[in-house]
Design a protein around this ligand. Structure first.
Ligand code: PRP
Length: 170
């Protein structure tokens, strides 16, 4: 498979800064808990929190979704849960890519049971082509209709995660 650049690092950096500024202004005077969905989110998550200028807490959750091919997917299974208490807290779930929407909805439902004050969603990429379940993305980096994306945390069989740009595999 060949990879073609889709979103260059400069564009990503500028957009992440805009998202961080918006979150910082919306949550001014508050201390949100940012929860990243592992593993793909780590690169975006780190860049995002370092651009924010309000105090925040961070934690991670891991739900396996895709299988090892670009077209099949397994069922959702939780491999690592959030550890810090979120009851009464302002939660922002951070995701690298929303595809079918199943992972995010599963995690939102799980976290809602713990009584957070609010839950919002920040996703770098909203990929709409295969959306099965509606997801309300409050902070969206980029909309991409289709394609298998890699780089900037996104993988194909665990490859390509450490690239600084986002590519589409052909
Ligand atoms: C990817 C991505 C999202 C999820 C989106 O994670 O990071 O968490 O799939 O897909 P969905 O909207 O169809 O549920 P993946 O399970 O591939 O794990 P990874 O983050 O470790 O790559």
């Amino acid at each position: 498979m060949k990879k073609e650049i889709l979103i260059p690092r400069k564009t990503i950096r500028a957009r992440v800064k805009e998202l961080a500024d918006k979150i910082s202004s919306d949550y001014a005077g508050k201390e949100p808990v940012l929860i990243g969905i592992l593993n793909g989110v780590v690169v975006f998550f780190s860049d995002l929190v370092m651009e924010m200028n309000i105090p925040s807490k961070i934690d991670f959750i891991r739900a396996a979704s895709y299988g090892s091919s670009t077209t099949t997917r397994g069922s959702i299974k939780l491999n690592k849960d959030v550890e810090i208490p979120i009851q009464g807290k302002e939660v922002i779930i951070v995701e690298d890519i929303v595809d079918t929407g199943l992972t995010l909805n599963y995690i939102v439902k799980r976290l809602e049971k713990r009584g957070p004050k609010s839950i919002r969603i920040c996703a770098l990429i909203d990929k709409s082509e295969r959306r099965d379940e509606e997801v309300k993305i409050d902070y969206r980096g980029f909309h991409v209709k289709e394609g298998f994306l890699v780089g900037y945390g996104l993988d194909h069989d665990e490859e390509y995660r450490c690239l600084s740009d986002i590519y589409v595999l052909r």
